[in-house]
Design a protein around this ligand. Structure first.
Ligand SMILES: *Cc1c(COP(=O)(O)O)cnc(C)c1O
Length: 363
């Protein structure tokens, strides 16, 4: 006896997707597990990907949670620290640090460290969100490399703004900027400067971005990172977001359903109520007509999404009963398709699954 709303996590699919990312990588492949592994449950994901060399997260809180769960691999803080006191905590917990602005750089140079820390140096190649500018990267690198605070092997990293579009000239420009900045840095004897550029879309769609470290996120969870175009990489969706039918009724033509009556039946209709809502992360702005799978059949969402429930028009699916399993997205209903109905992307839908939805590891 339990509310039937669950996120089923297919570990075999996850491992298979990681194998696809590794096969495409020329070197190391670091899974991104920020935002509770894109909503899939960081614990399940990190344990399933026990062959990964390291993991990437957005904050020290996320990293410490992984440590608490027993993850002992290196963990990269993708945005570095948000305050100076995090640096010693990062050292104690063997975290890898991104340094991407002058304040972080100053704080690291002044930090009382016992041992040199593992450094990733963030470069702004055109996204203009994080990273040092190309004309200052050489000086920053030298200051840090000679400080005794960082290990002799450093990774130069940048992030691509538009890799999910094929043949995008901005991506070509960012790659060129990255290569020029890398070439501008004189690496001392005995030191090493590695490179990292690729997210999922770059790893699959832009082979020239494959460097020492790839940073795939979305593709590991089994959905295409591309806005349009070739989807055939063999990725398999990891999450199946399921619930069940909890109530059924017939209404007359002209009756409306749900808050504010945003849908009115144009014919006598049969309505199923399902135990999922925006309190679970199903998007409140999903419009009438967004598909829901009931007993494997696509039926249209109708009426406004409530906190704990949605309503579906099953007039054309006659054999629906209370307790029938329903799928909001999964292998047979791509989250990207639901996202398109909702004018958002699959990243937001997956990472928006809330804490009250149990993540159930399978196989
Ligand atoms: C989240 C993130 C990624 C992964 O991007 P995907 O599109 O999910 O593959 C890579 N690099 C950085 C810096 C990120 O923050």
């Amino acid at each position: 006896m339990a509310r039937p709303t669950q996120a089923l996590i297919d570990r075999q699919a996850l491992r298979g997707n990681f194998a696809i990312a590794q096969a495409a990588s020329t070197a190391h492949c670091m899974p991104m597990v920020k935002a509770n592994a894109y909503g899939h449950g960081a614990e399940i994901v990190c344990r399933a990907l026990d062959n990964a060399p390291a993991f990437g997260v957005a904050s020290i809180e996320e990293a410490l949670e992984l440590r608490r769960l027993g993850v002992d691999k290196p963990i990269l803080l993708l945005e570095g620290t948000f305050s100076a006191d995090e640096i010693t905590l990062a050292e104690e917990n063997q975290l890898w640090l991104m340094v991407e602005n002058h304040q972080q750089c100053r704080e690291l140079l002044e930090a009382p460290l016992q041992r040199p820390i593992s450094l990733w140096l963030g470069l702004d190649t055109g996204m203009h969100r994080l990273g040092f500018q190309a004309d200052e990267i050489e000086a920053i690198y030298q200051a840090l490399a000679s400080s005794g605070k960082v290990q002799s092997s450093v990774v130069l990293a940048s992030h691509l703004a538009s890799a999910d579009h094929f043949n995008d000239h901005k991506t070509r420009q960012q790659i060129a900027n990255f290569d020029a900045a890398y070439a501008s840095i004189a690496v001392p004897d005995g030191a090493q400067l590695q490179q990292s550029l690729a997210n999922s879309a770059a790893l699959l769609g832009w082979p020239e971005t494959r460097r020492d470290w790839q940073r795939p996120g979305y593709m590991l969870y089994g959905n295409s990172p591309f806005v349009h175009g070739n989807d055939d990489y063999g990725l398999r969706p990891v999450m199946t977001f399921v619930t069940a039918v909890t109530s059924l009724r017939s209404i007359d033509a002209g009756e409306s359903v749900g808050y504010a009556g945003t849908w009115t039946a144009s014919r006598a209709s049969r309505i199923a109520t399902l135990a999922v809502g925006y309190g679970d992360g199903y998007p409140r702005h999903a419009p009438n007509g967004t598909p829901v799978l009931i007993n494997g059949r696509r039926c249209p969402l109708i009426g406004r999404v409530s906190m704990d429930m949605i309503t579906v028009d099953i007039t054309d699916c006659p054999s629906v009963n209370i307790g029938d399993q329903s799928t909001l997205w999964g292998p047979d209903l791509p989250v990207n398709e639901i996202a398109e109905h909702c004018a958002t992307n699959g990243y937001q839908l997956l990472s928006g699954i809330t804490a009250r939805v149990p993540r159930i590891a399978q196989n």
